[in-house]
Design a protein around this ligand. Structure first.
Ligand code: F6P
Length: 544
C-alpha cells in the first residue's frame, strides 16, 4: 500500500535550498568564519556529553533554517512519532521499525499488533544476562566438563558487523580470559583460521541469524557442528553445551538441532542492521558483562529521547542527517568519510557502511516512483591517524568533495606518555587544514619556488563535523550508534524512501543458489547465462 507524497522537488524548502546553494556555494569557509567571530561556538550542539561542532560546514544560518524547514515539510516529526509508536513504517515488508524498543526502559509500553513489546525485550535481556554470567564465571560447562574459553559468533551482515564492532570498541571492558572470534564469510578460510588453534571442548558457538536461513551462516554453522562433534567424540548431545542460537525463527533453529531452550529470541520489527543491541549482541554481553551491556542500552535510549523530543535546530541526529542531504544533493558529494581517532573504533566505519548503505541505498520512493535526486552516499573510513598516511591526500587536494566526520575523545582508555595529545592534535589539525587550507601567497612566503607553488596549495573549503565525547564507554558507544541510526532515518525521510528494507541483496542470492548447483554438478550442466557468465563457470569447472 502506498500513499502519494509531495515530490521532493515540489517542497518549497527544497526549491529555496537550490537557490540558496547558488548564492553561497562560492563563499569559502574562511569567509564564513571571518564574518562571524562566534561561529566556532555558535554552530555546536551537545547532548548527554556528545558534542558536535558543525561549524566547519559550508552553511549559514539561512542554510540551517531552510534545511530544518525541509525536515518539517518532509514530515520528519510525524515520521519519528510513527516509528516510536510502532507503526509499520517499513511498508515493503509490512513491519514496524522498533530498534528503539530494544533499549526502552522497563515500564515503558510500545504496542505492536496488540502486544506490548517492552516486557519480552526485558525477558530476553534477563535470559541473556543469566547465560552471559554463567559463561563468564565458568559455571556453564562444555560437554566434557571444561569451562568455556572461546566464544565464536557465527553470523553475517547485521548479525556480524555490530557484534564485531562492539567487541572491538569495548574490548577495554571485556573479560580477557575468554577469546572472542567472529566468523562471517562463506570462504572456508574464515572458519578454518578462527578455530585452528582452539579446542572443541572449550569452544562455544553463537549462531546468530535473524532468519536462520542465510547461506553463509548456515554453511558455517554446519561446519562448526562437524568440527565440534569431531573434537568431542561424535556425541550429538554435545551440541546442547556448545551451540546456542540467536534468531527470530524457532522452527529453523530446532531443525538445525539446537534446543529452543538455548535460543535467544528477537523479533521481525528489528532490522538486521539495527540489531546489535538485541540478542544479536549476546557476544558483546558475554564479553563486557550484563551491567556494561545495560549501560550501552541506556546510552542508546538517551539518544533516542534526544532525537524524539529535541527541536530540530538542537537535534544532533537531525542536524547530521540534514547536512548529509545538503552535500549529497546540492554539492554532488558522493561519499562521507568516517574518521574515528580512537583505535577501539577501528570497525566503526565498516559497521556504519551496512547501517547507512543498506538503509539508504535506494532509488524508489515510498510511493513507488523513481527518486528525483541522489540518495544514500557511500560511507567509508579508517581510524586516524592511519588514514592520514594513506587516503587523506585525496581529501585535501583531490577533485572531489568529501564531507568528513571526525570522532575523538578527551580521555584515552590507555594513557601512554604524550600519545593522546598527539592523536587529538591531529583531529583538530586535519579539520582545520581541510577547512582553511593554505593559499599560494602563504606557500610562496615560505620560500617555495614558483613552479612548485600550485602543488603545495591547499584550497581548503572542505567540510567536516567534529564529534567529541569524554571517553569511549559502553554508554557513549550506545549514543554514537543511535546518533548515526537516527541520522540515517532523517536522511531517508527527506528522500521519502524505505530505509528499512533491503531488496537489493536478493537477486544475487537467488542467482548464486542456481550457480552453486552448476558448479557442483557431476555431469556437465546446460548453461543458459550470458556468454560471459557461462564462460566463467566453464572455466572454473575445468580448473577447480
Ligand atoms: O543480505 C542482507 C541481510 O539480509 C542483512 O540485512 C542481514 O543483516 C544479513 O543479511 C544477515 O541476515 P540474517 O541475520 O537473517 O542471517
Amino acid at each position: 500500500m502506498t500513499t502519494k507524497l509531495t515530490p521532493l522537488s515540489e517542497r518549497s524548502a527544497w526549491k529555496a535550498l537550490g537557490a540558496h546553494h547558488q548564492k553561497i556555494q562560492g563563499t569559502p569557509l574562511s569567509q564564513l568564519f571571518a564574518d562571524d567571530p562566534a561561529r566556532g561556538e555558535r554552530f555546536t550542539v551537545e547532548t548527554g556529553g556528545i558534542f558536535l561542532d558543525y561549524s566547519k560546514n559550508r552553511i549559514t544560518d539561512e542554510t540551517l533554517k531552510l534545511l530544518i524547514q525541509l525536515a518539517e515539510e518532509s514530515g520528519l516529526k510525524a515520521r519519528i512519532e510513527a516509528m516510536f509508536r510502532g507503526d509499520k513504517i517499513n511498508i515493503t515488508e509490512n513491519r514496524a521499525v522498533l530498534h528503539v524498543a530494544l533499549r526502552a526502559p522497563k515500564g515503558e509500553s510500545i504496542v505492536v499488533d496488540g502486544e506490548d513489546v517492552v516486557p519480552p525485550v526485558h525477558a530476553v535481556l534477563d535470559k541473556m544476562a543469566g547465560f552471559a554470567d554463567r559463561v563468564r564465571s565458568g559455571e556453564w560447562k562444555g560437554h566434557t566438563g571444561k569451562r568455556i574459553r572461546n566464544v565464536i559468533n557465527i553470523g553475517i551482515g547485521g548479525s556480524d558487523l555490530g557484534p564485531v564492532m562492539a567487541y572491538e570498541a569495548l574490548k577495554h571492558y571485556s573479560q580477557r580470559d575468554i577469546n572472542f572470534r567472529f566468523v562471517s564469510n562463506v570462504d572456508g578460510t574464515d572458519f578454518a583460521e578462527a578455530v585452528q588453534d582452539l579446542k572443541a571442548d572449550e569452544t562455544l558457538f553463537l549462531v546468530a541469524s535473524k532468519t536462520f536461513t542465510t547461506l553463509e551462516t548456515m554453511t558455517n554453522a554446519h561446519s562448526a557442528r562437524d568440527w565440534s562433534l569431531a573434537g568431542l567424540g561424535g556425541d550429538e548431545k554435545a551440541v546442547a553445551k556448545h551451540f546456542v542460537a540467536i534468531s527470530t525463527n524457532a522452527k529453523e533453529v530446532s531443525k538445525f538441532g539446537i534446543d529452543t531452550a538455548n535460543m535467544f529470541e528477537f523479533w521481525d520489527w528489528v532490522g538486521g542492521r539495527y540489531s546489535m543491541d538485541s540478542a544479536i549482541g549476546l557476544s558483546t554481553m558475554i564479553a563486557i558483562g550484563p551491567d556494561n551491556f545495560r549501560a550501552m542500552l541506556d546510552g542508546f535510549h538517551q539518544m533516542d529521547v534526544h532525537f524524539r523530543t529535541t527541536p530540530f535546530e538542537k537535534n544532533l541526529p537531525v542536524l547530521l542527517g540534514l547536512l548529509t542531504v545538503w552535500y549529497t544533493d546540492f554539492f554532488d558529494a558522493q561519499t562521507v568519510a568516517i574518521l574515528p581517532y580512537e583505535q577501539y573504533l577501528k570497525r566503526f566505519p565498516a559497521y556504519l557502511q551496512q547501517l547507512t548503505m543498506e538503509s539508504n541505498g535506494k532509488h524508489v520512493t515510498l510511493d513507488g516512483t523513481h527518486v528525483e535526486t541522489e540518495t544514500g552516499p557511500i560511507y567509508w573510513g579508517e581510524p586516524g591517524t592511519n588514514g592520514q598516511h594513506s587516503f587523506y591526500q585525496l581529501i585535501h587536494q583531490g577533485t572531489r568533495l568529501i564531507p568528513c566526520d571526525f570522532i575523538g575523545f578527551y580521555k584515552t582508555l590507555n594513557p601512554l606518555g604524550r600519545h593522546h595529545d598527539m592523536l587529538m592534535a591531529n583531529v583538530f589539525a586535519q579539520a582545520e587544514a581541510l577547512a582553511f587550507g593554505k593559499t599560494a601567497e602563504q606557500v610562496k612566503a615560505e620560500g617555495t619556488p614558483d613552479w612548485l607553488v600550485p602543488h603545495r596549495v591547499f584550497e581548503g573549503n572542505r567540510p567536516s563535523n567534529t564529534i567529541l565525547a569524554e571517553k569511549l564507554t559502553p554508554e557513549v558507544l550506545g549514543k554514537l550508534i543511535a546518533l548515526y541510526e537516527h541520522s540515517v532515518f532523517t536522511q531517508g525521510t527527506i528522500w521519502s524512501i524505505d530505509s528499512f528494507d533491503q531488496w537489493g541483496v536478493e537477486l544475487g542470492k537467488v542467482l548464486a543458489q542456481r550457480i552453486i548447483g552448476e558448479l557442483e554438478s557431476a555431469t556437465e550442466p546446460t548453461l543458459t547465462h550470458d556468454t560471459s557468465t557461462t564462460n566463467l563457470i566453464k572455466r572454473y569447472r575445468k580448473n577447480k
